[in-house]
Design a protein around this ligand. Structure first.
Ligand SMILES: *[C@@H]1O[C@H](CO)[C@@H](O)[C@H](O)[C@H]1NC(C)=O
Ligand SMILES: *[C@@H]1O[C@H](CO)[C@@H](O)[C@H](O)[C@H]1NC(C)=O
Ligand SMILES: *[C@@H]1O[C@H](CO)[C@@H](O)[C@H](O)[C@H]1NC(C)=O
Length: 767
């Protein structure tokens, strides 16, 4: 033993302890002190001197010292006083852990003689630790199908304190579903369990958070908490449910293909696949129904065109099915709205055309109108143009008759295009137009009308037979045979005129022909009436007057009246030898049966036995002496005169004039007044009357001449002012003489004769 003690300090210590132990076992009982842990430094644990029964100062003198296992300097000893005090704060949990009771064994060692005192210091637990959960948060997953009463184990909290200072009770924050039960283990430690009181519903609360509190039994108690997060695991406990059980929607019938009609929506409270719904058509509508539903979005769209007129309501059922096979249903009522997509239709059931004119109110057409749309879209208004003499009369339902307002006149309008306009009252308005053509048939209500009321035709005489001399024409405003005109001559009442042999008319075209040559000298003008008749029934006719003027042709040569040409003995003029120059030998008188220019005569001296002795006045046929007669001049003279007219071709006649020169032959040719002075006294009154008569006749004559000259002048100036209208009289050559064709001397000629002022018997004889 001694050798062993003399070895290393450690070895010595172990040996020392063993000795101590042996002493303790064998020696007096140990003194035990008790003290709470965590007492502060310097705490007086005990007075060993007193407790061990030692003398005062013995501890000091015997070099008392404290030995603690592990040589720890936890306690100090004041040797003078014997007080044992705490050198360090002692933590039971550090020194002993879970060992209970926690006792510190130390020895008081005295020298001289060596003496051991065993002393124990028991540390009592104080509640200086709080319960502590291993994690700040606990995650639990509990299916929502868990039944009430289900127990879910929870992790326990740790508390370093011992006994009642350890965890005593677990509590959970107030909630509707759980409570916590505290159980004791065999070693007295407490552990918590969660108990389900009420079934969970993920759809209501998918996650719960509880605060789990562990409370120890200290005074005051200490506690620790952890968060318990509970995830509720879904089960397919909810069927899809539509937001509405009945959807009602209105769709216009003209909606395009693919148009969105409605979006249905079903909700499934479950999560994940259990909550995913697929939409499908469940029932209804038949094969022709025009709606398709999108499986995912629930959008109902049009797959066919709608037609209100065919189906106006679709009732279909839509199902929504979730991933777990549960389904819900709803009804969709699609009402098709009428859109004004059908124009009115018009059917003519009767049409009369042509309609005769002059009829009173007549039904022209009967028609019906129809519109497939309904309501206002199907109500219709009918009209025709305003400016037509027709009326629309509604008969019954949608039937109308088209009538004339009154008699029509084909001559003013032969046909009417009547446009019937049918408009419905929808929005937008749709219109149908139908044009019917109504013809007006003719009635013979118009007589032929001549283009002129009278016609004047000019025909050159000596025409060739069957000469077309003119055309008359009439028109008829009717049509067809009612306007087919035939022309005819009306019989004439004048028995002198054989019209039928004179004139003929072409019944078809109104051309007039002269049947034979006309002679101006026998017939200068004639009149007759023509008639135009149409072929209507009854026929209508009208008349016109035709005046034919025969134009003169130069077909007659001048005819010499004086001197007589056919006399057996030639007529001889007497010329006194003493005649002054300009003595009027005679006057050649000629006529022309033609008229106008053809009867304007001029005279020409062709041949004379003594040229230069006689002059012939070209325009009046007066033969005068040109010079004094001499003794040398022959007593007999023969003059060849030519009388020409002014026609084309010119015609002429020749005259032979015999002049006998006589001596002293002036007395028988004395002027009349000298002869007239001879009658007896009783004839004076008669003579006076004659003179008065002559004077009045002369003055009247002068007045007439003046008037005539004035009128002539007037006409000439008017003709000149009119321009170009050549009046034949205006172009008279000065030397010409107008002689009427009737065989008598013309007026002008007579005037000229009278105006010569010569009162010789020759002139008077001429009258
Ligand atoms: C645990 O705490 C609850 C609530 O504070 C109490 O009702 C219960 O009696 C306590 N249990 C124990 C064993 O102390
Ligand atoms: C009526 O219509 C027809 C055919 O379109 C046409 O030839 C005719 O000229 C029209 N008549 C009137 C009076 O508009
Ligand atoms: C001469 O002609 C005229 C007129 O034609 C007639 O009147 C008369 O008798 C005729 N004289 C003779 C002798 O033929």
């Amino acid at each position: 033993m001694e050798t062993a003690l003399a070895k290393t300090p450690q070895q010595r210590q172990v040996i020392f302890l063993i000795i101590l132990f042996l002493l303790c076992q064998s020696g007096s009982e140990a003194i035990r002190y008790s003290m709470p842990e965590e007492t502060k430094t310097g705490y007086l644990v005990a007075n060993l001197e007193k407790d061990l029964g030692l003398r005062v100062g013995e501890l000091a003198s015997r070099e008392a010292r404290i030995h603690l296992r592990g040589n720890k300097e936890l306690l100090g000893l004041d040797a003078e006083t014997g007080n044992l005090y705490l050198k360090e704060k002692l933590d039971r949990e550090v020194l002993c852990g879970v060992t209970e009771p926690c006792v510190l064994h130390f020895q008081l060692i005295l020298e001289n003689p060596v003496q051991f005192f065993q002393t124990d210091l028991q540390l009592t637990d104080i509640n200086d630790h709080s319960p502590e959960f291993p994690h700040r948060e606990m995650l639990l997953t509990i299916p929502e199908s868990a039944q009430p009463g289900t127990v879910i184990p929870l992790k326990a909290a740790q508390d370093s304190d011992m006994g009642s200072n350890a965890v005593q009770n677990y509590t959970v924050s107030p909630n509707l579903h759980f409570h916590v039960v505290t159980h004791s283990r065999a070693d007295g430690r407490k552990y918590p369990e969660l108990v389900l009181d009420r079934a969970l519903d993920r759809e209501e609360q998918p996650e719960l958070t509880l605060i789990l509190t562990a409370v120890d039994g200290g005074s005051p108690p200490r506690s620790g908490t952890t968060t318990v997060r509970i995830e509720v695991v879904d089960i397919n406990d909810n069927a899809p449910q539509f937001v509405q059980l009945l959807y009602e929607v209105q769709v216009p019938e003209n909606s395009p293909l693919g148009a969105l009609v409605l979006t249905v929506s079903a909700r499934d409270l479950d999560a994940g696949p259990y909550g995913n719904v697929a939409y499908s058509l469940f029932q209804g509508g038949g094969a022709s129904q025009p709606l398709v539903i999108d499986k995912v979005t629930g959008e109902i769209r049009l797959s066919k065109e709608l037609d209100f007129e065919v189906t106006n309501l679709y009732n279909i059922e839509i199902a929504a099915t979730d991933g777990g096979g549960l389904s819900g249903k709803c009804t969709v009522a699609v009402q098709v709205l009428d859109v004004n997509d059908n124009a009115p239709e018009l059917t003519i059931s009767r049409l009369t055309s042509p309609i005769p004119e002059n009829l009173p109110e007549t039904v022209v057409a009967v028609f019906s109108v129809f519109d497939l749309d309904s309501g206002e879209n199907g109500r219709m208004v009918c009209s025709i143009q305003n400016d037509l003499p027709f009326l629309l009369k509604p008969t019954f339902e949608n039937y109308y008759t088209l009538m004339t307002e009154g008699p029509l006149d084909r001559e003013s309008r032969t046909e009417y295009n009547i446009t019937i306009t049918v408009t419905d009252l929808g929005t937008p308005r749709l219109t149908t137009q139908h044009t019917i053509n109504v013809e007006v048939s003719d009635v013979n209500d118009n007589a032929p009308a001549f283009t002129q009321t009278s016609y004047t035709l000019f025909v050159q005489e000596n025409n060739s037979p069957a000469l077309h001399i003119g055309t008359i024409s009439a028109t008829d405003s009717d049509s067809g045979s009612n306007a087919h005109i035939t022309y005819s001559l009306l019989p004439i009442h004048d028995p002198q005129l054989a019209l039928d042999s004179l004139i003929s008319i072409n019944a078809d075209n109104g051309q007039l022909f002269a049947l034979r040559a006309l002679d101006y000298e026998t017939l200068q003008t004639f009149e007759f009436r023509v008639e135009a008749t149409d072929q209507g029934s009854p026929a209508l006719s009208s008349q016109a007057l035709v005046r034919v003027l025969v134009l003169d042709a130069n077909d007659n040569a001048p005819f010499v009246l004086y001197p007589l040409q056919n006399a057996s003995a030639p007529c001889t003029e007497l010329l006194p030898r003493a005649a002054e120059p300009g003595y009027l030998v005679t006057k050649v008188v000629a006529v022309d049966r033609d008229s106008g220019q053809n009867a304007w005569l001029s005279f020409q001296l062709l041949k004379a036995t003594e040229p230069g002795l006689f002059t012939l006045w070209a325009h009046n046929g007066e033969v005068r002496t040109a010079r004094l007669l001499s003794e040398r001049d022959a007593p007999k003279h023969r003059l060849l005169l030519l009388v020409k007219d002014n026609g084309d071709p010119q015609r002429s006649a020749s005259v032979t004039l015999h002049v006998l020169v006589v001596d002293g032959f002036s007395q028988p040719y004395l002027p009349l007044p000298e002869v007239a002075q001879e009658p007896a006294e009783e004839d004076d009154v008669l003579t006076l009357y004659l003179v008065i008569a002559l004077a009045s006749v002369s003055s009247l004559f002068l007045l007439s001449v003046l008037l005539f000259v004035g009128m002539r002048l007037c006409r000439r100036t008017r003709a000149a002012s009119l321009g170009g209208c050549s009046v034949p009289e205006g172009h008279f050559p000065g030397y010409l003489m107008d002689v009427s064709g009737a065989g008598t001397l013309s007026q002008s000629y007579r005037y000229e004769v009278c105006l010569t002022g010569d009162s010789r018997t020759t002139d008077l004889n001429l009258f």
